[in-house]
Design a protein around this ligand. Structure first.
Ligand code: OKP
Ligand code: ZN
Length: 338
């Protein structure tokens, strides 16, 4: 297995996020990915790592994102100061369908929550994160069996015209669309603690991409509003979206059982490439999540995914426990590399 990373991710370091009018330190620390990279390299010293810059075709991004949103991301570099955060600490306006003219109002239009900060170099950083996914994904398209895009920021909550849940570009979805263009039949399997609502939204009316997610019941956790089990797709997409929502303290047994259900559907779909939105915020000590998986659980999850036997792109999403996150990663990839 091989790894791509986003060269520029240290340029994005939001300081705070807001929740119920309380301002907390941001959970999106750059150290997360640094620590994982270090741990994997210690465990497998000859691991090949490719660092990716921000050179990515705008047309590839525009397959998923709106042009006005990409312009907004790009213009942050001139509008924001070095080190400036533009976190929302107030409730976003609702029902906007047109970009406001006032600069200070645009963040309500381009961001849907109070956790996701725009920073000066966010365009560069998000493009470099996507480029790592794109580069890894292209190897997988050539039938390399596993590549890991160890990137930051994550992507699975990003919408075509909005940032959300620490995400700016819909990394996995952009690449999935690219894979479809290359005549592939992809599956997105999202095993982050939070629902992969970006991919669900983007592919909801389509049957040429299967989207599956196991996540915390949105009745209790972000992204809250929808993303429940009865959301199975619309039009051509009916039957091509699958959600499993779990209660707090869901343990290994419940989790592996849910994974079996999704993987059965994946197999029936006869995909030729698997895109896994991966991360370790399902870990029992994660500070913002409430599942009960242990370090050893990740080997078991990896084993089941590996048994599907498809060329697989692993895409980094969330994960907030700073003590053990790399142990979870090593446990996972130990099984993949075995
Ligand atoms: C992004 B990813 C903290 C609330 C934070 C935002 C969660 C974003 C998750 N008090 N809620 O999927 O890990
Ligand atoms: Zn998450």
């Amino acid at each position: 297995m091989f790894i791509t990373t986003s060269k520029l991710h240290h340029l994005h370091m939001p300081k705070t996020e807001a929740y119920n009018w309380i301002t907390e330190n941001s959970y999106t620390k750059p150290e997360k990915v640094d620590h994982i990279q270090q741990a994997l390299l210690e465990r497998w010293p000859s691991l090949h790592i490719e660092e990716c810059d921000d050179q990515i075709d705008r047309a590839t991004l525009e397959n998923i994102h709106t042009s006005e949103y990409l312009n907004y991301l790009m213009s942050r570099e001139t509008v924001l100061q070095e080190g400036e955060d533009s976190i929302l600490n107030d409730v976003p306006y609702i029902a906007l369908d047109k970009e406001p003219i006032a600069e200070q109002a645009k963040r309500w239009y381009y961001c849907s929550d109070t956790y996701t900060s725009f920073t000066k170099y966010i365009r560069k950083v998000a493009c470099s994160s996507y480029n790592a996914v794109h580069t890894a994904g292209k190897y997988v398209l050539r039938n390399w069996w596993a590549w890991y895009a160890l990137t930051r920021p994550p992507g699975h909550h990003a919408m075509p015209g909005k940032a959300s849940g620490y995400c700016y570009l819909a990394n996995a979805s952009i690449f999935t669309e690219y894979a479809v263009e290359q005549w592939k039949r992809p599956v997105i399997l999202d095993i982050d603690f939070h629902h992969g609502n970006g991919a669900q939204t983007i592919f909801y009316d389509r049957s040429d991409v299967l989207t599956c997610s196991i996540h915390a019941d949105p009745a209790r956790k972000f992204p809250y509003f929808t993303w429940f089990e009865d959301e199975i797709g619309v039009w051509d997409g009916i039957g091509y979206n699958m959600n499993i929502c779990l209660e707090a303290w869901a343990d290994e047994q419940i989790y592996l059982h849910s994974l079996d259900i999704l993987l059965e559907r994946v197999q029936a779909y006869e995909a030729d490439i698997l895109i896994v939105c991966l991360w370790f915020d399902t870990y029992q000590w994660d500070p913002i999540c409430d599942f009960d998986l242990s370090i050893g659980s990740y080997s078991k999850i990896a084993k089941k995914i590996k048994e599907i036997g498809l060329p697989t792109l692993y895409v980094q999403e969330g994960g907030y426990d700073m003590e053990d996150i790399w142990n979870c990663a090593v446990s996972f990839f130990e099984e993949i590399l075995d």
